[in-house]
Structures are given as C-alpha cells and as structure tokens.
Design a protein around this ligand. Structure first.
Ligand code: ADP
Ligand code: MG
Length: 256
C-alpha cells in the first residue's frame, strides 16, 4: 500500500470500512446525522471536532457499542446487520479499540490482560499468543512488566499495554478515542510515538485526538465533525494548511 496520499491511491480497491447515512439518536436528540465516509486499508483517518460534536459516539458505533437508528456499516465489503450483537461480537476481534480511560482488568497481570482475548475469544494456541505478546511488549519496551498488575504501571504505560492488548488480536482496524487525554504531559509522547509507529507500519486507524501536532503528523485524511455532521473531509495537509470552512478554521485557531 502506498504511503502518502491515500485519498487518491488504490482507486477501485474496496474500502476496509464503509459508513453510509449513519444516524444515531439519544431519545429525540440526534447526535449523528447522515454520516457517510470510507476508510481504506492502511489509511489513517483523524476525526476532529469540538466537544460534543459526536466523535466518541461515532467511534462507539463503529465497534457496535451503540445501537443505531439508521444507515449502514460495511466492514470488508460485508454489511454489518444493524444492531446485531452477535455480528459485533465477532467483529470486535477484528476492530480494536482503545479509549481515554485505561480499561485494563485491574485484577489480572499485564500478561493475562493481553492473552485473554487471543486465547479465550480467538481460541489461538497459548504458545503462539505468548510469542506474539513477547514481541509486542519488547516493541513498547515494557517486557519487564509482564507479570506486573495495572496498578503498578504509570498512566502512559497502561495505555501502551491497552494498545498492545488490542494489537494482540491482530485487528485490521484500530479505533483510538482520545487515548492521551487523561495522561500527564510527560507520558503523552510515549503513547503518541507508539501510534505513529503503527501508522508507519500501515495499520488502518481512526483517531480522535486533541494533540494537533500529532494529528498533523499522523493524518492521511481529516474529517471535521460538528453537531453530528461531517463539515469537511480532506487530506491532512490540506486541512491543516487551508481548512475549507470557518468553523474548522476557528477550531484550529482555538487549539493552537
Ligand atoms: P464528542 O466525543 O465529540 O465530545 P460525544 O459523542 O461524546 O461527543 O457526544 C455527542 C453528543 O451526544 C453530546 O451532545 C452528548 O451530550 C450526547 N451523548 C453522548 N453520550 C450520550 C448518552 N449516553 N446519552 C445521552 N446523550 C449522550
Ligand atoms: Mg469524546
């Protein structure tokens, strides 16, 4: 897959993820209004927008954590039956998600946290999973914490383990929702660097972040959401140098 300019390469290739006319409401409050977009394999899509614009809700819809009121989500060309818990349970092994809050199991060691999904859900042999885990832990320089409990780790270390845990499932798509928002500033960098490495290795990712310098570096494409509507979608370089709308321009000004 070509590195740069994923907007124009790979024409004709089927998108990994395709969202059409997605609608999501809480009661009579419509939070996502007719949202449509594609994500190609290897693409890094950065989702920006003011607080309350619907970013987290959209990410959660893409992991089947929210029921939707309309529209269609396709993954690898196949329609995900709307609100089918069974379909999403299977897809969650292919779509990894990391949130703002560290969601490691506090009563399990780092190793057990990582092994759980691959061995219990994917039913892969433990020896193979352990070998992969060792490689992943070495990659994030946390090998010595294998037998530690989450409480013994810093916030940045916990988030890196949360990412490793998701990667151990060999996902085809990773969703990141403000994974550095709860971290002390000195720990933000180590997590962002890991995400940049994943992007370089062509992991397909949708990233919600408030770290604009990072967003600028990692984004193939930026989607700007406001009030549940996609106001802009363009290449990262175009978005950051010349946003199309005043809303996006104001947003960027407010973030700098
Ligand atoms: P963002 O992540 O962009 O800050 P959210 O997706 O969290 O935005 O929220 C979008 C809108 O949906 C907000 O108006 C928020 O108040 C509302 N919302 C989010 N979650 C719920 C919920 N569980 N119940 C009711 N309203 C919600
Ligand atoms: Mg949010």
């Amino acid at each position: 897959m070509a590195e740069a300019d994923n907007e124009t390469t790979a024409k004709g290739e089927e998108p990994l993820l395709s969202v059409r006319h997605l609608r999501k409401s809480y009661g009579d409050h419509e939070v996502l209004k007719d949202v449509s977009f594609d994500v190609r394999r290897g693409q890094v899509l950065v989702l920006l927008g003011p607080s309350g614009s619907g970013k987290s809700t959209l990410i959660r819809c893409l992991n089947g954590l929210e029921t939707i009121q309309g529209g269609e989500i396709r993954f690898k060309g196949e329609v995900v039956p709307n609100n089918s818990e069974k379909a999403w349970r299977r897809l969650r092994t292919e779509i990894g998600m990391v949130f703002q809050s560290y969601d490691l199991f506090p009563n399990l060691t780092v190793a057990k946290n990582i092994e759980l999904g691959p061995t219990k859900v994917q039913k892969r042999p433990k020896a193979e999973v352990d070998e992969q885990m060792d490689r992943l832990l070495a990659d994030v320089q946390l090998s010595e914490y294998k037998n530690a409990y989450p409480r013994e780790l810093s916030g940045g270390q916990k988030q890196r383990i949360a990412i490793v845990r998701a990667l151990a499932m060999n996902p085809e798509l990773m969703l990141f929702d403000e994974v550095t928002a709860s971290l002390d500033p000195e720990m933000v960098r180590e997590v962002l660097e890991l995400m940049l490495r994943l992007a370089k290795r062509h992991m397909t990712m949708i990233v919600v972040t408030h770290e604009m310098e990072f967003a600028r570096r990692v984004a193939d494409t930026v989607m700007f959401l406001e009030n549940g509507v996609i106001l802009e979608r363009q290449s990262g370089s175009d978005f950051f140098t010349n946003p199309e709308t005043d809303r996006a321009r104001n947003f960027l000004d407010s973030m700098s």
